[in-house]
Design a binder for this molecule. Structure first.
Ligand code: COA
Length: 196
């Protein structure tokens, strides 16, 4: 796989291109809210609806994956979305936050991955990895030490993905899925790569 760095283009900054399967990762803009909503809603439902109460799922989707909720998040200074496109079609999203870091994260100056969702039709094709690569690049660009996230303790597929990528478990915290209290594992990885 070969990586190519690209430059800013009218606010839609392209971070990297994965030449293996024509994936482009770029910063999302307000006009991407509908596409992000569609990918996030479908991927979230496909992964989590079977484990949770239908009412909690629909409340969570409305509060976090509706176009209005996404547009609201995009207006906040400390959040942004990365969008992965395959053959120019949106296929995956990564929502990042520059907020406070919970206890247990080895380097407090770290960027959070709040959401990482690949459309079910595009999973296992390297898009999740490309988005995490781009998230670490964002952390490096902001002079931050690493990237952290919380992942539901029962989402074994996602824990396997992050562990295989190189994230280390470093604690746990509580996550509210609407009315349901759940435990998320905390995971962290350095922003530095072998090439740095
Ligand atoms: C988990 C997720 C983000 C991974 O993204 P992806 O694009 O499918 O994964 P990639 O193709 O980049 O996977 C890279 C490597 O991670 C590992 N991996 C990925 N998905 C895996 C799975 N379901 N089970 C075990 N290992 C997995 C594999 O080692 C894989 O390499 P391989 O395909 O050559 O074996 C994606 O499948 C997804 O959106 N799932 C549903 C939503 C979700 O759970 N999101 C995470 C919330 S915290």
């Amino acid at each position: 796989m070969r990586w190519i760095m690209c430059c800013a283009n009218r606010g839609r900054r392209i971070l990297r291109i994965v030449t293996r399967n024509s994936t482009i990762v770029r910063h999302a803009v307000t006009g991407d809210a509908e596409a992000i909503s569609a990918i996030g809603s479908q991927a979230f439902s496909a992964a989590y609806a079977k484990f949770n109460d239908a009412g909690d799922i629909s409340t969570h989707l409305r509060d976090h994956y509706s176009p209005a909720a996404i547009r609201h998040e995009m207006e906040l200074q400390d959040r942004f979305y990365l969008l992965a496109l395959v053959d120019q079609e949106p296929a995956g999203l990564c929502k990042m936050c520059k907020g406070a870091t919970p206890e247990g994260i080895p380097e407090p100056a770290s960027l959070e991955i709040q959401q990482l969702y690949i459309h079910p039709a595009h999973q296992r094709r390297g898009i999740g990895k490309a988005l995490v690569d781009a998230a670490r690049l964002e952390a490096r660009s902001a002079n931050l030490s690493g990237v952290w996230l919380g992942v539901w303790e029962k989402a074994t597929w996602a824990i396997d993905f992050y562990s295989n990528y190189g994230f280390a478990k470093c604690g746990s915290h509580t996550f509210m899925l609407a009315s349901s209290q759940q435990t998320d594992l905390l995971m962290w990885i350095s922003a530095r790569t072998r090439d740095d």
